[in-house]
Design a protein around this ligand. Structure first.
Ligand code: PHE
Length: 359
């Protein structure tokens, strides 16, 4: 009986899993197990011997039963330990942000914000106007009469009038210049406004989309001059492109609503096919500008004998392409997520005139 006890207690202690334990249980104390066979042997013993051997056999059976239970519990503990070790989680790690990336600020919104913030630092107030404009605000008030060739050059989208309605059709505004008229009508002079917004022209290629963005500047005072225009634009370019002392070139030009008019180029160079703004001896046209034409002041209710000033119009998308190296304007409006993420901005990139962008 001692041999039996030793054999089973050792085997149980060494059992690797529950299946091995069950096999041992059957082999030892199952109905046909070794202990059961010995119990059957009790019948052949004389009563005195049976009184001694019977309890011993029962005790052996109990001992094996509790050894099996103890081993089973130990195996379960070990399995739990192993799980705890392998599924360990460091709750002190910082949280993971949402799997789906949050939305980003569109390049056009970002650049609009940058330009607006820089001019706001110079005392310009933001103004807006409607995208569907009247013929008067988009053309006539800006000294572009009906026969003027500038009307054809602008590839204007016209809205249809009802049949028999002879009034000139509304247009999708071809530039932000109508906001000059609207702001002077609303606030008179002196005035300093910056007017960003959508404009429309029937044109489509790598650098033109039928809808694009401009930002209009207007400064009217008693003695606002062309020199002021040049200084303001130079401050702007230095802040926007983050290049001190960036050179500008004013080229004589013509717009019906300014006299004199100038197209403004900024200094640039091409190095290994890469555009570098603010260095070298190349020039890149970036905006139209000039001294506001007396006819324009008059049609907005401002007396040109008393007031004068400058205006300019910048293509926002063009600035964005130059500053952030986006080569195809059409991609701006395709809403391709890869493009949006690549050129997207976080909401925290706020520019100022003196500090530039934080990123
Ligand atoms: N409105 C002109 C354009 O769209 C730009 C401009 C604005 C020129 C103001 C002079 C003054 O091309």
């Amino acid at each position: 009986m001692d041999d039996l006890r030793n054999k089973y207690l050792m085997a149980i202690a060494a059992a690797a899993d529950e299946a091995a334990l069950e096999a041992l249980r059957l082999q030892a104390i199952g109905k046909k197990g070794e202990v059961a066979l010995m119990m059957r042997g009790l019948g052949k013993m004389d009563p005195e011997q049976r009184l001694v051997e019977g309890p011993k056999l029962n005790a052996l059976k109990d001992e094996i039963t509790s050894a099996l239970a103890a081993r089973k519990a130990a195996l379960a503990d070990a399995a739990l330990e192993e799980r705890l070790a392998s599924e360990w989680l460091d709750v002190t790690l910082p949280g993971r942000s949402a799997v789906r990336a949050p939305g980003t600020i569109h390049l056009v919104s970002q650049v609009t914000e940058e330009v607006t913030a820089i001019f706001a630092d110079m005392g310009f107030v933001v103004a807006e106007g409607p995208q569907i404009e009247t013929d008067f605000y988009n053309f006539d008030a800006l000294n572009i009469p009906g026969h003027h060739p500038a009307r054809q050059e602008m590839d204007t989208f016209y809205l249809q009038r009802a049949e028999g309605d002879e009034r000139p059709p509304h247009v999708l505004r071809t530039h932000t210049s109508p906001v000059q008229i609207r702001s002077m009508q609303a606030n008179g002079a002196p005035i300093r406004v910056i007017a960003p917004g959508r404009v429309y022209r029937a044109d489509y290629d790598q650098t033109h989309t039928p809808m694009f963005h401009q930002i209009e500047g207007l400064a009217i005072g008693k003695d606002v001059s062309m020199a002021n225009l040049k200084w303001v634009l130079e401050q702007f370019f230095a802040a926007f492109f983050e290049v001190d002392g960036i050179k500008t070139r004013f080229r004589a030009s013509h717009f019906p609503f300014t006299e004199p008019s100038a197209e403004v180029d900024i200094q640039c160079s091409w190095v290994d096919g890469q555009l570098r703004i603010g260095e070298g001896d190349g020039w890149l046209e970036v905006l139209g500008s000039g001294m506001v034409h007396p006819h324009v002041l008059r049609s907005a209710g401002v007396d040109p004998e008393e007031w004068q000033g400058f205006a300019f119009g910048i293509g926002i998308d063009r600035l964005a392409m130059l500053k952030y190296g986006a080569p195809d304007l059409r991609a701006f409006f395709d809403s391709d997520l890869r493009w949006l993420r690549h050129f997207g901005f976080s909401a925290l990139d706020v520019p100022t005139l003196h500090r530039g962008l934080s990123r």
